[in-house]
Design a protein around this ligand. Structure first.
Ligand SMILES: *Cc1c(COP(=O)(O)O)cnc(C)c1O
Length: 496
Protein backbone atom coordinates (compact mmCIF):
# COMPACT_ATOMS: atom_id res chain seq x y z
CA UNK A 1 0.00 0.00 0.00
CA UNK A 2 1.40 3.37 -0.95
CA UNK A 3 1.63 6.13 1.62
CA UNK A 4 0.27 9.32 0.11
CA UNK A 5 1.07 12.89 1.05
CA UNK A 6 -1.43 15.66 0.84
CA UNK A 7 -1.23 19.42 0.91
CA UNK A 8 -2.08 21.06 4.23
CA UNK A 9 -4.30 23.43 2.24
CA UNK A 10 -6.09 21.15 -0.20
CA UNK A 11 -6.95 17.45 0.34
CA UNK A 12 -7.35 16.90 -3.43
CA UNK A 13 -3.67 17.66 -3.87
CA UNK A 14 -2.42 14.14 -3.19
CA UNK A 15 0.99 12.81 -4.26
CA UNK A 16 3.51 10.05 -3.55
CA UNK A 17 6.68 10.63 -1.55
CA UNK A 18 8.87 11.03 -4.61
CA UNK A 19 6.47 13.53 -6.15
CA UNK A 20 6.35 15.51 -2.90
CA UNK A 21 10.15 15.58 -2.66
CA UNK A 22 10.50 16.72 -6.26
CA UNK A 23 7.95 19.53 -5.89
CA UNK A 24 9.12 20.73 -2.48
CA UNK A 25 5.95 22.71 -1.80
CA UNK A 26 2.38 22.23 -3.04
CA UNK A 27 1.10 24.52 -5.82
CA UNK A 28 -1.55 25.87 -3.43
CA UNK A 29 1.14 27.09 -1.03
CA UNK A 30 0.52 24.22 1.41
CA UNK A 31 3.08 21.76 2.74
CA UNK A 32 2.94 18.04 2.05
CA UNK A 33 2.10 15.87 5.06
CA UNK A 34 1.70 12.10 5.27
CA UNK A 35 -1.97 11.05 5.24
CA UNK A 36 -1.21 8.70 8.12
CA UNK A 37 1.91 8.36 10.21
CA UNK A 38 3.62 5.03 9.68
CA UNK A 39 4.70 3.06 12.75
CA UNK A 40 8.20 1.66 13.08
CA UNK A 41 7.97 -1.67 11.25
CA UNK A 42 9.96 -3.52 13.94
CA UNK A 43 10.00 -3.25 17.75
CA UNK A 44 12.55 -0.73 19.07
CA UNK A 45 14.36 -3.64 20.74
CA UNK A 46 15.30 -4.97 17.30
CA UNK A 47 17.04 -1.70 16.46
CA UNK A 48 19.30 -1.48 19.52
CA UNK A 49 22.94 -1.62 18.43
CA UNK A 50 22.16 -0.92 14.77
CA UNK A 51 24.19 1.67 12.86
CA UNK A 52 22.93 5.14 11.98
CA UNK A 53 22.57 4.04 8.38
CA UNK A 54 20.45 1.02 9.32
CA UNK A 55 18.16 3.06 11.57
CA UNK A 56 17.86 5.76 8.90
CA UNK A 57 16.90 3.13 6.35
CA UNK A 58 14.16 1.71 8.60
CA UNK A 59 12.68 5.15 9.35
CA UNK A 60 12.89 6.52 5.84
CA UNK A 61 11.58 3.38 4.13
CA UNK A 62 8.40 3.68 6.20
CA UNK A 63 7.77 7.23 4.98
CA UNK A 64 9.22 7.04 1.46
CA UNK A 65 7.57 3.80 0.53
CA UNK A 66 7.53 4.39 -3.21
CA UNK A 67 11.34 4.17 -3.21
CA UNK A 68 12.65 0.65 -3.79
CA UNK A 69 15.01 -0.83 -1.19
CA UNK A 70 17.90 -0.43 -3.64
CA UNK A 71 17.06 3.19 -4.44
CA UNK A 72 16.83 4.20 -0.79
CA UNK A 73 19.95 2.25 0.15
CA UNK A 74 21.92 4.03 -2.59
CA UNK A 75 20.74 7.42 -1.24
CA UNK A 76 21.84 6.49 2.28
CA UNK A 77 25.19 5.11 1.14
CA UNK A 78 25.90 8.29 -0.82
CA UNK A 79 24.96 10.62 2.04
CA UNK A 80 25.97 9.06 5.32
CA UNK A 81 29.61 8.10 4.96
CA UNK A 82 33.04 9.05 6.23
CA UNK A 83 33.62 11.53 3.37
CA UNK A 84 30.80 13.65 4.75
CA UNK A 85 30.87 13.02 8.52
CA UNK A 86 33.81 13.19 10.88
CA UNK A 87 32.60 10.56 13.34
CA UNK A 88 31.40 6.98 12.73
CA UNK A 89 28.22 7.34 14.85
CA UNK A 90 27.33 10.50 12.84
CA UNK A 91 25.23 11.87 15.74
CA UNK A 92 26.87 11.02 19.09
CA UNK A 93 25.01 11.63 22.35
CA UNK A 94 27.11 13.17 25.13
CA UNK A 95 26.18 13.53 28.77
CA UNK A 96 27.03 17.03 29.95
CA UNK A 97 25.79 18.15 33.35
CA UNK A 98 22.27 16.80 33.80
CA UNK A 99 21.38 16.72 30.11
CA UNK A 100 22.20 14.61 27.07
CA UNK A 101 23.47 16.54 24.08
CA UNK A 102 22.62 15.08 20.71
CA UNK A 103 25.49 16.43 18.59
CA UNK A 104 24.08 17.03 15.13
CA UNK A 105 27.02 19.03 13.79
CA UNK A 106 29.48 16.40 12.59
CA UNK A 107 28.70 16.90 8.88
CA UNK A 108 30.47 18.96 6.23
CA UNK A 109 29.15 22.38 7.22
CA UNK A 110 29.07 21.80 11.00
CA UNK A 111 25.36 22.49 11.50
CA UNK A 112 22.50 20.01 11.91
CA UNK A 113 21.21 20.93 8.45
CA UNK A 114 23.81 18.50 7.07
CA UNK A 115 21.84 15.57 8.47
CA UNK A 116 19.10 16.11 5.90
CA UNK A 117 20.85 18.13 3.21
CA UNK A 118 23.54 15.54 2.62
CA UNK A 119 20.82 13.11 1.53
CA UNK A 120 18.29 15.47 -0.10
CA UNK A 121 20.16 15.73 -3.44
CA UNK A 122 20.15 11.93 -3.71
CA UNK A 123 16.46 11.74 -2.80
CA UNK A 124 15.64 14.46 -5.28
CA UNK A 125 17.58 13.15 -8.27
CA UNK A 126 16.21 9.65 -7.57
CA UNK A 127 12.68 11.12 -7.40
CA UNK A 128 13.22 12.92 -10.71
CA UNK A 129 14.31 9.65 -12.32
CA UNK A 130 11.31 7.80 -10.87
CA UNK A 131 8.96 10.46 -12.17
CA UNK A 132 10.56 10.40 -15.62
CA UNK A 133 11.26 14.11 -15.39
CA UNK A 134 13.80 15.46 -17.87
CA UNK A 135 13.78 18.97 -16.43
CA UNK A 136 16.81 20.51 -14.79
CA UNK A 137 15.96 21.05 -11.10
CA UNK A 138 16.49 24.60 -9.81
CA UNK A 139 16.64 24.68 -6.03
CA UNK A 140 15.55 27.99 -4.55
CA UNK A 141 16.48 28.40 -0.92
CA UNK A 142 16.07 31.12 1.65
CA UNK A 143 18.51 30.70 4.50
CA UNK A 144 18.85 32.15 7.96
CA UNK A 145 22.51 31.10 7.77
CA UNK A 146 23.01 27.34 7.89
CA UNK A 147 20.62 25.85 5.33
CA UNK A 148 22.24 27.74 2.47
CA UNK A 149 25.73 26.37 2.99
CA UNK A 150 24.55 22.86 3.81
CA UNK A 151 22.29 22.78 0.74
CA UNK A 152 25.06 24.00 -1.54
CA UNK A 153 27.51 21.48 -0.12
CA UNK A 154 24.94 18.81 -0.94
CA UNK A 155 24.01 20.01 -4.42
CA UNK A 156 27.37 21.35 -5.67
CA UNK A 157 28.12 19.80 -9.07
CA UNK A 158 25.20 17.35 -8.83
CA UNK A 159 24.27 16.81 -12.51
CA UNK A 160 20.81 18.06 -13.49
CA UNK A 161 20.59 20.62 -10.67
CA UNK A 162 21.28 24.29 -9.97
CA UNK A 163 20.94 25.93 -6.59
CA UNK A 164 20.29 29.59 -5.75
CA UNK A 165 20.61 30.64 -2.10
CA UNK A 166 19.28 33.91 -0.66
CA UNK A 167 20.56 35.04 2.74
CA UNK A 168 19.97 38.19 4.82
CA UNK A 169 23.03 40.40 4.25
CA UNK A 170 24.21 41.44 7.72
CA UNK A 171 22.00 38.85 9.41
CA UNK A 172 24.41 35.90 9.61
CA UNK A 173 27.72 35.26 11.41
CA UNK A 174 31.01 36.11 9.70
CA UNK A 175 31.98 32.43 9.44
CA UNK A 176 28.54 31.52 8.07
CA UNK A 177 28.86 34.23 5.41
CA UNK A 178 32.39 33.19 4.46
CA UNK A 179 31.28 29.57 4.21
CA UNK A 180 28.62 30.58 1.70
CA UNK A 181 30.58 33.14 -0.30
CA UNK A 182 33.45 30.70 -0.87
CA UNK A 183 31.17 27.90 -2.08
CA UNK A 184 32.54 26.04 -5.10
CA UNK A 185 30.54 24.34 -7.86
CA UNK A 186 29.49 25.77 -11.23
CA UNK A 187 25.83 25.20 -10.37
CA UNK A 188 25.83 27.17 -7.07
CA UNK A 189 24.73 30.79 -6.66
CA UNK A 190 24.64 32.89 -3.49
CA UNK A 191 22.76 36.18 -3.26
CA UNK A 192 22.64 38.53 -0.27
CA UNK A 193 19.37 40.35 0.22
CA UNK A 194 18.89 43.68 1.93
CA UNK A 195 16.15 42.36 4.19
CA UNK A 196 15.56 39.64 6.79
CA UNK A 197 15.01 35.88 6.52
CA UNK A 198 11.22 36.07 6.77
CA UNK A 199 11.10 38.40 3.76
CA UNK A 200 13.41 36.11 1.80
CA UNK A 201 11.38 33.01 2.69
CA UNK A 202 8.05 34.68 1.86
CA UNK A 203 9.37 35.83 -1.50
CA UNK A 204 10.77 32.38 -2.34
CA UNK A 205 7.37 30.86 -1.48
CA UNK A 206 5.67 33.49 -3.67
CA UNK A 207 7.98 32.61 -6.58
CA UNK A 208 7.18 28.90 -6.19
CA UNK A 209 3.51 29.88 -6.58
CA UNK A 210 4.06 32.34 -9.46
CA UNK A 211 2.35 30.55 -12.34
CA UNK A 212 3.69 32.74 -15.14
CA UNK A 213 7.24 32.30 -13.85
CA UNK A 214 6.80 28.52 -13.56
CA UNK A 215 5.51 28.36 -17.15
CA UNK A 216 8.41 30.46 -18.36
CA UNK A 217 11.06 28.26 -16.78
CA UNK A 218 9.20 25.07 -17.73
CA UNK A 219 9.37 26.10 -21.41
CA UNK A 220 13.12 26.55 -20.97
CA UNK A 221 13.53 23.05 -19.47
CA UNK A 222 13.65 23.89 -15.76
CA UNK A 223 11.57 23.15 -12.69
CA UNK A 224 11.80 24.67 -9.22
CA UNK A 225 12.19 22.75 -6.01
CA UNK A 226 13.00 23.57 -2.42
CA UNK A 227 15.78 22.57 -0.03
CA UNK A 228 14.07 24.27 2.92
CA UNK A 229 12.43 22.21 5.62
CA UNK A 230 9.09 22.80 3.90
CA UNK A 231 10.29 19.89 1.70
CA UNK A 232 9.28 16.55 3.20
CA UNK A 233 12.62 15.24 1.90
CA UNK A 234 14.29 17.48 4.47
CA UNK A 235 12.03 16.61 7.36
CA UNK A 236 11.88 12.80 7.28
CA UNK A 237 15.65 12.17 7.33
CA UNK A 238 15.68 14.17 10.59
CA UNK A 239 13.27 11.73 12.23
CA UNK A 240 16.03 9.11 12.08
CA UNK A 241 18.41 10.77 14.52
CA UNK A 242 15.82 10.97 17.28
CA UNK A 243 15.25 7.24 17.00
CA UNK A 244 19.01 6.62 16.85
CA UNK A 245 19.64 8.88 19.86
CA UNK A 246 17.01 7.04 21.89
CA UNK A 247 18.72 3.74 21.05
CA UNK A 248 22.06 5.20 22.14
CA UNK A 249 20.56 6.12 25.52
CA UNK A 250 19.37 2.53 25.83
CA UNK A 251 22.79 1.14 24.84
CA UNK A 252 24.50 3.48 27.31
CA UNK A 253 22.24 2.13 30.08
CA UNK A 254 20.71 5.55 30.78
CA UNK A 255 17.16 4.44 30.03
CA UNK A 256 15.44 1.08 29.65
CA UNK A 257 13.59 0.24 26.45
CA UNK A 258 10.18 1.83 26.59
CA UNK A 259 11.12 4.60 29.05
CA UNK A 260 10.03 8.06 27.99
CA UNK A 261 12.48 10.89 27.25
CA UNK A 262 12.05 14.60 26.64
CA UNK A 263 13.51 16.40 23.67
CA UNK A 264 14.55 20.03 23.76
CA UNK A 265 15.14 21.75 20.42
CA UNK A 266 16.42 25.25 19.59
CA UNK A 267 13.75 26.21 17.09
CA UNK A 268 13.45 28.51 14.11
CA UNK A 269 11.41 27.20 11.21
CA UNK A 270 9.99 24.40 13.41
CA UNK A 271 11.44 21.63 11.24
CA UNK A 272 13.76 19.93 13.70
CA UNK A 273 11.25 19.75 16.55
CA UNK A 274 8.51 18.59 14.16
CA UNK A 275 10.80 15.71 13.16
CA UNK A 276 10.89 14.70 16.85
CA UNK A 277 7.08 14.83 16.89
CA UNK A 278 6.98 12.59 13.82
CA UNK A 279 9.38 10.21 15.62
CA UNK A 280 6.82 9.92 18.40
CA UNK A 281 4.05 9.28 15.89
CA UNK A 282 6.18 6.34 14.73
CA UNK A 283 6.22 4.99 18.28
CA UNK A 284 9.24 6.57 19.97
CA UNK A 285 8.43 7.25 23.65
CA UNK A 286 8.76 11.03 23.95
CA UNK A 287 7.01 12.80 26.80
CA UNK A 288 7.61 16.52 26.38
CA UNK A 289 8.75 18.58 23.41
CA UNK A 290 10.60 21.63 24.69
CA UNK A 291 10.46 24.31 22.02
CA UNK A 292 13.26 26.79 22.72
CA UNK A 293 13.28 30.21 21.03
CA UNK A 294 15.55 33.21 21.20
CA UNK A 295 14.28 36.81 21.61
CA UNK A 296 12.19 36.24 18.47
CA UNK A 297 9.85 34.35 20.76
CA UNK A 298 6.68 34.12 18.70
CA UNK A 299 6.50 30.36 19.35
CA UNK A 300 6.87 30.73 23.13
CA UNK A 301 3.79 32.94 23.15
CA UNK A 302 1.99 30.59 20.80
CA UNK A 303 2.47 27.57 23.04
CA UNK A 304 1.46 29.56 26.12
CA UNK A 305 -1.61 31.29 24.66
CA UNK A 306 -2.72 29.69 21.39
CA UNK A 307 -2.21 33.02 19.64
CA UNK A 308 0.33 33.20 16.83
CA UNK A 309 1.19 36.85 16.34
CA UNK A 310 4.02 37.84 14.05
CA UNK A 311 3.38 41.56 14.52
CA UNK A 312 6.30 42.33 16.78
CA UNK A 313 9.83 43.67 16.42
CA UNK A 314 12.29 41.45 14.56
CA UNK A 315 15.60 41.06 16.41
CA UNK A 316 18.96 40.17 14.88
CA UNK A 317 20.51 38.02 17.61
CA UNK A 318 23.66 36.01 18.23
CA UNK A 319 21.68 32.83 17.41
CA UNK A 320 20.90 33.99 13.86
CA UNK A 321 19.64 30.65 12.52
CA UNK A 322 16.62 31.11 14.80
CA UNK A 323 15.87 34.72 13.84
CA UNK A 324 12.49 33.88 12.37
CA UNK A 325 8.96 35.15 13.02
CA UNK A 326 7.15 32.92 10.53
CA UNK A 327 7.92 29.32 11.42
CA UNK A 328 6.82 27.51 8.28
CA UNK A 329 6.60 23.99 9.62
CA UNK A 330 4.19 24.98 12.37
CA UNK A 331 1.62 24.77 9.57
CA UNK A 332 2.07 20.99 9.66
CA UNK A 333 1.39 20.81 13.40
CA UNK A 334 -1.64 23.08 12.97
CA UNK A 335 -2.94 20.81 10.25
CA UNK A 336 -2.59 17.73 12.44
CA UNK A 337 -4.18 19.64 15.35
CA UNK A 338 -7.26 20.48 13.25
CA UNK A 339 -7.74 16.76 12.65
CA UNK A 340 -6.30 17.14 9.14
CA UNK A 341 -8.70 19.91 8.14
CA UNK A 342 -7.12 21.59 5.11
CA UNK A 343 -9.77 24.31 4.79
CA UNK A 344 -9.31 25.38 8.38
CA UNK A 345 -5.50 25.29 8.05
CA UNK A 346 -5.65 27.36 4.86
CA UNK A 347 -7.88 29.89 6.65
CA UNK A 348 -5.36 30.29 9.50
CA UNK A 349 -2.49 30.74 7.07
CA UNK A 350 -4.44 33.30 5.07
CA UNK A 351 -5.19 35.18 8.25
CA UNK A 352 -1.49 35.16 9.12
CA UNK A 353 -0.67 36.75 5.76
CA UNK A 354 -3.57 39.23 5.77
CA UNK A 355 -3.70 40.22 9.45
CA UNK A 356 -0.40 39.02 10.89
CA UNK A 357 -1.95 36.72 13.50
CA UNK A 358 -4.37 33.88 14.21
CA UNK A 359 -5.70 32.08 17.27
CA UNK A 360 -6.29 28.33 17.50
CA UNK A 361 -9.09 26.69 19.48
CA UNK A 362 -8.67 25.15 22.96
CA UNK A 363 -9.48 21.76 21.40
CA UNK A 364 -6.52 22.17 19.07
CA UNK A 365 -4.26 23.26 21.91
CA UNK A 366 -5.20 20.09 23.78
CA UNK A 367 -3.81 17.96 20.91
CA UNK A 368 -0.29 19.29 21.48
CA UNK A 369 -0.39 19.93 25.22
CA UNK A 370 2.97 18.17 25.54
CA UNK A 371 4.76 21.05 23.79
CA UNK A 372 6.40 23.47 26.21
CA UNK A 373 7.53 26.85 24.90
CA UNK A 374 10.32 28.94 26.41
CA UNK A 375 12.93 31.45 25.30
CA UNK A 376 16.32 32.91 26.17
CA UNK A 377 17.51 36.47 25.58
CA UNK A 378 21.07 37.45 24.65
CA UNK A 379 22.30 37.69 28.23
CA UNK A 380 20.84 34.31 29.14
CA UNK A 381 22.53 32.74 26.12
CA UNK A 382 25.93 34.08 27.17
CA UNK A 383 25.30 33.01 30.78
CA UNK A 384 24.47 29.48 29.65
CA UNK A 385 27.61 29.15 27.53
CA UNK A 386 29.73 30.38 30.43
CA UNK A 387 28.01 28.31 33.11
CA UNK A 388 28.19 25.04 31.17
CA UNK A 389 31.83 25.65 30.29
CA UNK A 390 32.78 26.47 33.87
CA UNK A 391 30.97 23.43 35.23
CA UNK A 392 32.01 20.88 32.60
CA UNK A 393 34.55 22.25 30.08
CA UNK A 394 32.05 21.67 27.24
CA UNK A 395 31.53 24.60 24.87
CA UNK A 396 28.03 25.23 23.46
CA UNK A 397 27.18 27.16 20.33
CA UNK A 398 24.67 29.99 20.93
CA UNK A 399 21.71 28.03 19.49
CA UNK A 400 22.34 25.05 21.71
CA UNK A 401 22.77 27.50 24.59
CA UNK A 402 19.23 28.78 23.96
CA UNK A 403 17.94 25.25 24.43
CA UNK A 404 20.09 24.78 27.52
CA UNK A 405 18.80 27.95 29.15
CA UNK A 406 15.19 26.98 28.41
CA UNK A 407 15.82 23.49 29.79
CA UNK A 408 16.94 25.00 33.12
CA UNK A 409 13.72 27.04 33.23
CA UNK A 410 11.67 23.97 32.35
CA UNK A 411 13.20 21.88 35.13
CA UNK A 412 12.75 24.64 37.65
CA UNK A 413 9.15 25.20 36.65
CA UNK A 414 8.05 21.56 36.40
CA UNK A 415 10.49 19.56 38.53
CA UNK A 416 10.51 17.02 35.69
CA UNK A 417 13.70 14.93 35.78
CA UNK A 418 12.91 12.73 32.75
CA UNK A 419 16.17 12.22 30.80
CA UNK A 420 16.27 15.01 28.25
CA UNK A 421 17.97 15.09 24.87
CA UNK A 422 19.06 18.57 23.87
CA UNK A 423 19.50 18.95 20.13
CA UNK A 424 22.93 20.47 19.65
CA UNK A 425 22.43 22.12 16.31
CA UNK A 426 25.75 23.75 15.49
CA UNK A 427 29.42 23.57 16.31
CA UNK A 428 30.62 26.51 18.43
CA UNK A 429 33.22 27.07 15.70
CA UNK A 430 30.51 28.51 13.51
CA UNK A 431 29.92 31.35 15.97
CA UNK A 432 33.32 32.09 17.55
CA UNK A 433 32.53 35.74 18.31
CA UNK A 434 29.35 35.10 20.26
CA UNK A 435 30.92 32.17 22.07
CA UNK A 436 34.11 33.98 23.09
CA UNK A 437 32.08 37.08 23.99
CA UNK A 438 30.43 34.96 26.68
CA UNK A 439 33.76 34.56 28.47
CA UNK A 440 35.19 38.08 28.19
CA UNK A 441 34.59 41.46 26.57
CA UNK A 442 36.09 41.31 23.10
CA UNK A 443 38.13 43.89 21.29
CA UNK A 444 35.95 44.61 18.21
CA UNK A 445 39.13 44.72 16.12
CA UNK A 446 39.92 41.05 16.72
CA UNK A 447 38.81 39.09 13.67
CA UNK A 448 36.73 35.91 13.82
CA UNK A 449 39.49 33.67 12.56
CA UNK A 450 41.69 34.71 15.49
CA UNK A 451 38.79 33.93 17.80
CA UNK A 452 38.59 30.49 16.24
CA UNK A 453 42.15 29.84 17.44
CA UNK A 454 41.27 31.08 20.93
CA UNK A 455 38.23 28.81 20.98
CA UNK A 456 40.41 25.84 20.11
CA UNK A 457 42.73 26.69 23.00
CA UNK A 458 39.96 26.84 25.60
CA UNK A 459 37.79 23.96 24.35
CA UNK A 460 40.53 21.49 23.47
CA UNK A 461 38.34 20.42 20.50
CA UNK A 462 40.34 20.51 17.25
CA UNK A 463 39.13 22.90 14.54
CA UNK A 464 36.88 21.05 12.11
CA UNK A 465 37.73 20.82 8.41
CA UNK A 466 34.92 23.24 7.59
CA UNK A 467 36.73 26.03 9.45
CA UNK A 468 40.16 25.25 8.06
CA UNK A 469 38.65 25.38 4.55
CA UNK A 470 37.20 28.85 5.07
CA UNK A 471 40.59 30.17 6.09
CA UNK A 472 42.08 29.23 2.71
CA UNK A 473 39.21 29.64 0.28
CA UNK A 474 38.59 32.39 -2.29
CA UNK A 475 35.43 34.50 -2.28
CA UNK A 476 33.42 33.43 -5.33
CA UNK A 477 30.06 35.17 -4.87
CA UNK A 478 29.23 38.83 -4.25
CA UNK A 479 25.73 39.62 -5.52
CA UNK A 480 23.34 41.64 -3.34
CA UNK A 481 19.75 42.51 -4.31
CA UNK A 482 16.57 43.68 -2.61
CA UNK A 483 13.53 41.40 -2.25
CA UNK A 484 11.94 42.85 -5.39
CA UNK A 485 15.09 41.92 -7.34
CA UNK A 486 15.06 38.21 -6.47
CA UNK A 487 13.02 37.11 -9.46
CA UNK A 488 15.22 38.91 -12.00
CA UNK A 489 18.30 37.51 -10.28
CA UNK A 490 17.02 33.95 -10.71
CA UNK A 491 16.04 34.46 -14.34
CA UNK A 492 19.47 35.88 -15.13
CA UNK A 493 21.10 32.73 -13.77
CA UNK A 494 18.93 30.60 -16.05
CA UNK A 495 19.82 32.76 -19.06
CA UNK A 496 16.21 33.98 -19.31
C1 LIG B 1 18.29 25.93 11.30
C2 LIG B 1 18.84 25.98 12.67
C3 LIG B 1 18.01 25.98 13.80
C4 LIG B 1 16.51 25.98 13.68
O1 LIG B 1 16.02 24.75 13.17
P1 LIG B 1 14.52 24.66 12.58
O2 LIG B 1 14.42 23.29 12.03
O3 LIG B 1 14.44 25.72 11.53
O4 LIG B 1 13.60 24.93 13.72
C5 LIG B 1 18.61 25.97 15.04
N1 LIG B 1 19.95 25.99 15.19
C6 LIG B 1 20.77 26.00 14.13
C7 LIG B 1 22.24 26.05 14.36
C8 LIG B 1 20.25 25.98 12.83
O5 LIG B 1 21.08 26.00 11.78
Amino acid sequence: MTLYYQSTRNPENRVTASQAILKGIAEDGGLYVPEAHPKLPVPLADLVGKSYQEVAFTVMKAYFDDFSQEELQACIDGAYNSDKFDTPELTPVKKVGDAYYLELFHGQTIAFKDMALSILPYLMTTSAKKQGSDKEIVILTATSGDTGKAAMAGFADVPGTKIVVFYPKGGVSHIQELQMLTQKGDNTYVVGITSNFDDAQSQVKALFGDQALNEQIDAAGYQFSSANSINIGRLIPQVAYYVFAYLQLVSQGIIALGDAINVDVPTGNFGNILAAYYARQMGLPIKTFICASNKNNVLTDFFKTGVYDRQRPFYVTNSPSMDILISSNLERLIYHATGNDAAQTAAYMKQLVDQGHYQVTPQMQATYADFYGGYADEAQIEDSIKAVYEATGYVLDPHTAVATSVYCDYRQETGDTTPTLIASTASPYKFPRSVMQSFQDLDPEVDDLTLVDQLEAISGVPQPAAVLEVKEAQIRHNEVVDVAGMKASILAKLGL
